[in-house]
Ligand binder design. Structure first.
Ligand SMILES: *[C@@H]1O[C@H](CO)[C@@H](O)[C@H](O)[C@H]1NC(C)=O
Ligand SMILES: *[C@@H]1O[C@H](CO)[C@@H](O)[C@H](O)[C@H]1NC(C)=O
Ligand SMILES: *[C@@H]1O[C@H](CO)[C@@H](O)[C@H](O)[C@H]1NC(C)=O
Length: 401
């Protein structure tokens, strides 16, 4: 009798547990279904005209308003390159827009993703935007190589924006003035470009540049005050954000002019870019960084230079008595994680590193190597800011190894 009661009790208890597990499962299920793809949440930073740093900060992809933390993918044009870019942890996709069959009998007027001299592509701008907007939260920078591509592209952006699809910053770039060492006019007509942007998509961040040529024989030939003032004359009256793309190797020598330009509006920033064979000096970059605010400069540079810049910035911290705490994104570190973490820890015996990962951007597997590499460098001075599931996966991996 007593026994029967006893077994009844256990039956009830186990049925109750099963029900409880089911309820928890259902609740979890609904919570996940409600928000299948974490979108941009703060309206103020989920707009084409939003500040890129504020946007990335709101997604947790950067930890402070510092352009040095932002990462770039170049020429994400063909289907294949676009896919690779979308699968990476990189924060901003930069792609080139041209017109299909430009200046031939086959010219169609359709904006395509191609860098001149290419005038054909397996990817139209429409396909590109649909893929990028639906499957990522990456920032967008479109580089217009021909005036003809501007109007149809901005019309497309306008339509997508009105349909609520463009909840992220968009930069529109074109070289609209003649710059250093360029003898002929190959720039996009400034008046017409700015008029089209004003008419069709005035909210985007404007990225107006100068055509440039770097000539190693004339290392001091750079942007002149007249070039910089002419640009300010063209865009000074506009109201959107503006980032001026400038060739990094030439910026130090023209720094007084760019410093003046940055002083003209708090909507202005510079985007330093590097030609493939430009001999960029880290000293020059440190000089520039020391002479303006961290949010005023983006660094669209090749990785070895960036790593060196990071290392040299640490030199400045060496010998400090106070504890220094560095924050790193697990994603962008990739292969170089161990090296970067070791350098940061070497800055001071009291330095610590916190490795962060935002699940919105990529899966645990894509940052696993980096996290394990960071842990292998030091167990007491490396901290992790991870979502719970990543933490569990990491603990499991660490236990296994
Ligand atoms: C136009 O396209 C046709 C068919 O794709 C091609 O054979 C022809 O060479 C193209 N013409 C020019 C001027 O590119
Ligand atoms: C740009 O286009 C405008 C309007 O069509 C024209 O008046 C101007 O001469 C052009 N500028 C240059 C530098 O070609
Ligand atoms: C470039 O400028 C630097 C600093 O003003 C100067 O020392 C150097 O001699 C110049 N180089 C050339 C090739 O003119």
């Amino acid at each position: 009798m007593a026994c029967k009661k006893c077994s009844n009790k256990w039956t009830i208890a186990s049925i109750a547990s099963v029900i409880l597990v089911c309820v928890i499962g259902l609740v979890l299920c609904f919570t996940l279904l409600e928000d299948p793809q974490p979108g941009c949440e703060q309206d103020a930073v989920c707009r084409p005209g939003a500040d890129m740093l504020d946007y990335l900060l709101s997604l947790g992809q950067i930890s402070q308003r510092d352009g040095l933390l932002v990462t770039w993918y170049h020429a994400a044009n063909s289907q294949k390159d676009m896919r690779a870019a979308l699968e990476s942890n990189i924060m901003i996709l930069e792609a080139d827009v041209n017109i299909e069959g430009l200046n031939t009998a086959n010219e169609t007027g359709v904006p395509i993703m191609a860098h001149p001299p290419a005038i054909y592509s397996d990817n139209t701008l429409q396909q590109w935007l649909e893929a990028v907007l639906s499957s990522s939260q990456k920032g967008i920078k479109l580089d217009f190589k021909s005036l003809k591509a501007v109007a149809p592209s901005l019309d497309l952006l306008r339509r997508l924006t009105e349909n609520g699809k463009v909840r992220r910053p968009v930069w529109v770039n074109a070289d609209i003035l003649k710059g250093p060492n360029v003898p002929i006019s190959i720039e996009v007509n400034a008046t017409q470009f700015l008029a089209l942007v004003k008419e069709k998509y005035p909210e985007a961040t404007l990225s107006p540049g100068w055509t440039t040529l770097y000539v190693p024989q004339f290392p001091n030939s750079t942007y002149t005050r007249a070039m910089v003032e002419k640009m300010q004359g063209l865009v000074g009256g506009l109201s959107q954000r503006i980032t001026f793309p400038v060739r990094a190797v030439m910026v130090r020598a023209a720094w007084p002019h760019f410093s003046w330009l940055l002083g003209q509006s708090d909507r202005y920033s510079l985007t330093l870019w590097q030609g493939a064979s430009d001999p960029l000096s880290v000293d020059d970059l440190l000089y520039i960084r020391d002479n303006c605010a961290t949010h005023q400069i983006y660094y669209d540079l090749f990785e070895p230079v960036l790593e060196q810049l990071l290392t040299d910035m640490l030199e400045l911290c060496r010998g400090l008595w106070q504890p220094v705490s560095f924050q790193l994104q697990a994603g962008p570190l990739g292969q170089s994680t161990a090296g970067v973490v070791a350098k940061l820890l070497a800055a001071s015996p009291r330095a610590t590193v916190t490795v962060e990962h935002s699940p919105a951007e990529s899966s645990y597997t894509s940052v696993r190597t980096g996290l394990l590499a960071a842990r292998a460098v030091d167990r007491t001075r490396v901290y992790y800011r991870l979502p719970q599931s990543d933490r569990e996966d990491l603990l499991a991996d660490v236990g296994r190894n």
